[in-house]
Design a protein around this ligand. Sequence first.
Ligand code: C2E
Ligand code: CA
Ligand code: CA
Length: 887
Amino acid sequence: MAFNLFASKDGRRSWLRPTLIPAAIALVVIVAAGFFADRQNSIISQERSRSTVLDQVAVIRAKLEGNINGNIQLVRGLVSTISTEPDMDQTRFAALASNLFEEQSQLRSLAGAPNLVIKLMYPMEGNAQAIGLNYRTNDAQRAAAFLARDSGKLVLAGPIDLLQGGRAFIGRFPVYVDGTGKKQFWGIVSAVVDVDRLYADSGLLDPNLPLDISITATDPATHLKYRFFGPDLTGTDAVTATVLVPSGGWEIAAQPKGGWGVTPNAWMLRLGMVVSALLILWPIVVTGRMVGERQQHFRVLKDREAELERLSRRLGLALDSSQVGVWETDIATGALVWDARMNELYGLPEDGGQRGYNHWRDTLHPDDLVQAEADFALALRTGSYRSEFRVVHKDGSSRNIRAIGAVYVDTDGAPKILGVNWDVTADVALNADLKRAKELTEARNHELELARVRIEHNALHDSLTELPNRRYLDDVLRGHAATGYRGSGSIALLHIDLDRFKQINDTLGHAAGDAMLIHAAQVLQHNCRPGDFVARIGGDEFVVMSSANDGDSELAALADRIVQQMRQPATYEGHQCRFGVSIGIAVERGAALDVKRLLINADIALYRAKGRGRNRFEFFSAALQAEVVKTKRVADEILSGLERNEFIAFYQPQFDAHTLDIVGVEALARWQHPTLGLKSPDAFLAIAEELNVVATIDRLILEQSLADLDRWAAAGIDVPRASVNVSLRRLHDEDLIRGLRQLDIQPGRISFELVESIYLDENDAIVGWNIDQIKDLGIDIEIDDFGTGYASIVSLQKLRPKRLKIDKQLVDPIVEEPGQRRLLASIVDIGKSMGIEVVAEGVETMVQARLLRELGCDILQGYAFARPMSASDLAGFITEQRWRKAS
Ligand code: C2E
Ligand code: CA
Ligand code: CA
């Protein structure tokens, strides 16, 4: 901002505007002139009144002088007389004085003091008390008297207050007498002049006197000035005059009454001056104001000019940096103006040459021509222009141009259209890129969506059968749990497990297994009603979820259909595959649907179905539930019992049928239950089987048997052999032999009892190999429970056991039934023929024992001789040979 003399710091105009300067100067001049005139006026008027006062004072001065000198002259005559008559007496003095008093004067009294002591007086009356006053001793009058004597001149003093009242001037005249050759001092004559009379006679007391007058005298003795009349006028501009009196002069000072006062015409003069000042100032102010306004306008104009310049500079910069070209067309004449940028945009030389519509149209890309012209035509109609098109340069390159504009009417009234063009090639390219990228992204998203759907489908479906999987089932069940099954709250789950599926997989391969699973899935789908939900939830396990509204009989019918159809053989590559299914059904009726419970219940029912011999279905029931709960408890106890070594071996002795010597013992598992006491295998074996711990129990019993055999041997108790029961599972165990090798087993001391059904059914390679290895280890093989299973003569030949044990069921009836005896006899014969010893178990009576011996049995075992007993009991039993006493 330019520095402005008249602007305050914050830019506001000061009260002193430059336009007011002439007015201000004029004001100063007028005021100065006014003051001068006013002053002149007052000086003139003062001088006038001064001369008036002077005139009046001169009159008073003259009167005073005349009066005082008149009085003195009167007294001088008396003094001259006394000089010649020094011995004058009172009478003579009074006579002379009375003559004086007849004259017009202000004399009040006269006193003669020969030798400074008053002796003469006139008038005596009123003044007698002064007679005898000695000037030498009178303090008040001594100085004046001596002065008069010593100076030889009249001394006028006063005014003083008189003893007899009033005030007076006293003139003291020294009197000398002519002596011998020289004058001799006689004394003093005092003349008392009445002050009031003197003043009055001199005109000082005239009430019409328009003056303040003061009179000052100089004390002849002290030479000090003192004022004896009028107010103090020192310091005022009083007019003065000197009254010549003996022994110095009096000074008269005078001024008009109340001071010199105001010039009488001053206010008129001043008013006149103010009016004329106003008359002078007003046009100056008005003119100044107009000049100021003009200057203001000029400033605004300059500001605008600067603003315009700034704006156009900005616009120029903006146009420059934004690469915008500006054009303007006169609509009427078609005259076109292009700036340099426009030419550049359209690839034309910046030669300032005239441009026309053709320049524009001819540069347009042929494909965009029609639309661009239409846009322009529309702009002429609507007044607003907006278009985008390509232009082709001479070198063949093209640019994308965006154009906007608006119609306006120029100051000369010509309608014009003004607009801008700019290059949007990069934008267009970018947009195209973005569009491509967007399309690409969308395509990718679509693929991702498909993948997601696929993944979701895979996550919820079994890839082999395309059935919903376990997760899907769980989701659906959860959904039903939340809503209640289709609002009815009644739902059934069929848990379906394929029987013998493992064998198909193992024997025909996984492809066959897969085919069977697909087949099973189809069977299920065909048999289910619409709305039922079929899922494969595990290897060979399926679930059908169905409404239970129609009752259990409907569900039973459905389950039965499935069972029947699954039994039908399915062919795979020419092979007839047979498998069956077990089905557990759980039904839930009621609002609160516990899906977890439902699944568990179906599983329990399935388990029961399998337990009851497969190819069947079972409903879940409360009784089943109770059983399961119990089984579960026992199972837990078995596991902890195993950890706490609660499983022990009991031994039941076996006897030579003829000699009744002990030939061995059968080790039988017992469970020393912590609360329920000793438990037989029927209380735990089945559950242990389910828990898959029978093999563990077998091994424990074997190890205990070995240890007990050693212990008995050490105790000198002869137990030649111990037979242990071996479960099917154990025979399947590939590590069985390795485990057995680690044990110290002497040949013939241990015998393995295999249940008939085990090996005769199996043609498992491992089982066969294991049995051979067992034999090689010097362990006897016995066939247990012979006569209850399907053992064939062929399999006996194949297995070549050391012994076979005739089951108790065959032994029991031999006393009563001769036929049974014959059956037993033939079994004994077969055994003998094959070199196999025959053991009879479950021998409960001595009659049986005798019969069995007669029939040819080699070894007897049963309650008739001994029940199973603990190892220590057995030791006592053998030592005491108790059985012999019994038999
Ligand atoms: P098992 O192998 O047939 O055992 C003979 C069973 O008959 C034993 O029952 C025994 O006490 C009983 N017994 C013996 N003589 C008589 C008799 O005169 N009259 C009657 N009524 N019964 C008699 P226990 O000990 O209850 O064993 C039952 C079954 O449990 C055994 O039948 C056997 O199959 C199995 N078992 C026992 N211990 C084990 C073992 O350690 N491992 C395996 N895998 N199974 C075992
Ligand atoms: Ca046995
Ligand atoms: Ca048996």
